[in-house]
Design a protein. Structure first.
Length: 120
């Protein structure tokens, strides 16, 4: 088994759960998220609200294997699942009638990972 570079216990538990869920449901999405989250912190993804707004449509669900930052604005509702959110990003998404979820919550809500975009 590949040694994890992460030292955050919450992140390590999430990576294990994602790998377990991908084996149970044979879903590539959870495997890809686990792989991206287990990489070094330096290469982890940071996505701005403006990018999410540009590449999503009304009501879409997006998984981000990293952090969502608050640059830009959201003009339609979307459901975003990420490891962390900045306070500004979370308020901008919620002001546009969107939802901010943790990746673990998305796994519980949508175990098969259908109709979820992967951004990062």
């Amino acid at each position: 088994m590949k040694k994890l570079k992460a030292t955050n216990p919450e992140l390590i538990a999430l990576i294990r759960d994602l790998k377990k869920k991908s084996q149970e449901s044979q879903t590539e999405l959870w495997r890809n998220l686990a792989k991206r989250l287990s990489s070094s912190k330096r290469s982890r993804v940071a996505v701005n609200v403006s990018r999410l707004n540009r590449y999503t449509k009304e009501g879409e669900t997006v998984a981000v294997p990293g952090k969502v930052l608050g640059s830009g604005k959201a003009d339609h509702s979307m459901t975003i699942a990420a490891f962390t959110f900045s306070d500004v990003a979370q308020s901008k998404i919620q002001n546009a009638k969107g939802n901010c979820l943790s990746i673990r919550d998305l796994m519980k809500k949508n175990p098969t990972g259908k109709n979820v975009k992967f951004m990062g």
